[in-house]
Ligand binder design. Structure first.
Ligand code: SF4
Ligand code: SF4
Length: 300
């Protein structure tokens, strides 16, 4: 087991988040989501299954008038969000290869992607929670306990992805739990179970990363040069995501930050600097008192 003494537990390499959170050596392997957006058809079965299983209330049922994306974003009452991105680009180059081969080229394409909490390796939401409402499960996922949350909202600006959100009525926060209750019963999360195209795949994170790398190679061989993985690397600014994606364009196109960094990364250095500054101030104050004492004695 890797020693945690002297390590910055808020950033950097983190091979065993559940172990470092106090779960014993026999904890189950870390699990996650691999969302392959290249096969998402935008049916929203994942959104519906999530709402139904987790009893998530309706989120306003607003029509944007701009897109089929009426959910608009993740929120306290939308734990899955299927983005519809309409682009003024052909589905494929005429005569080119790829998953759309055989389809007629047109001047427009839709990118669809089911977004969710990333269950970060370094989860700033969890790091800043003062009540312990957010915790790391034995599966390495991040879960919020609604009966412990006091509604302080510290976690909301801490999340580098803008995922976690407060309910308007009582201020408590809610987000995807990766169906923690279903995992305990040996079942996959409701969204992955409902997805008809296997765009959402669930399983041990190591296996998912291998599967994603193979899928990426296949797409590149087929000429889909823009395909890339997002959130899969343990070397990124959050130590890798427990929920990562295969995208067909830049992350910003999907509303994802291009280079997310755990917002608590620099806390240890900041505390060290604050401590050094406090020690210097105390030293200066002590020197002043000592000097005054000497002057007082000399002047008597
Ligand atoms: S995506 Fe945001 S809410 Fe989800 S685990 Fe990471 S920091 Fe927390
Ligand atoms: S269920 Fe699967 S195919 Fe349907 S919108 Fe969700 S991710 Fe896409």
């Amino acid at each position: 087991m890797t020693s945690i003494i002297g390590r910055n537990l808020l950033a950097g390499a983190e091979p065993d988040p559940a172990g470092d959170a106090g779960h014993g050596p026999d904890h189950p392997p870390r699990v996650g989501f691999f969302t392959d957006t290249s096969v998402c058809i935008g049916c929203k079965a994942c959104e519906v299954a999530c709402k139904e299983w987790n009893a998530v209330p309706e989120d306003g049922l607003e029509l944007t008038g701009m897109s089929y994306d009426n959910t608009q974003g993740l929120g306290a009452d939308s734990w899955r969000h299927v983005a519809f991105i309409e682009q003024d680009r052909p589905v494929r180059d005429p005569g080119g290869a790829g998953p759309q081969a055989g389809a007629a080229a047109s001047g427009m394409r839709w990118l669809m992607a089911s977004d969710v909490c990333k269950h970060c390796t370094h989860a700033a939401c969890l790091d800043v929670c003062p009540t312990g409402a957010l915790f790391r499960t034995e599966y390495g996922t991040v879960v919020v306990q609604e009966d412990v949350c006091n509604g302080c909202g510290y976690c909301v600006p801490a999340c580098p992805y803008g995922v976690i959100d407060q309910r308007q009525d009582d201020g408590r926060v809610f987000k995807c739990t990766m169906c923690y209750d279903r995992l305990g019963a040996g079942q996959e999360p409701a969204c992955a179970k409902a997805c008809p195209t296997d765009s959402i795949q669930f399983g041990p994170l190591d296996e998912l990363r291998e599967r994603a790398a193979a899928r990426l190679d296949r797409l590149h061989e087929d000429g889909v040069a823009d395909a890339r993985l997002y959130g899969d690397s343990p070397d990124d600014g959050v130590g890798g995501d427990g929920a990562f994606f295969l995208l067909l364009d830049d992350p910003e196109v999907y509303g994802l930050p291009p280079d997310p960094v755990v917002t608590t990364r620099d806390l240890p250095a900041m505390w060290r600097h604050a401590g050094a500054a406090a020690a210097a101030l105390l030293g200066a104050a002590a020197a002043v008192f000592a000097a005054h004492g000497t002057i007082g004695k000399g002047g008597r």
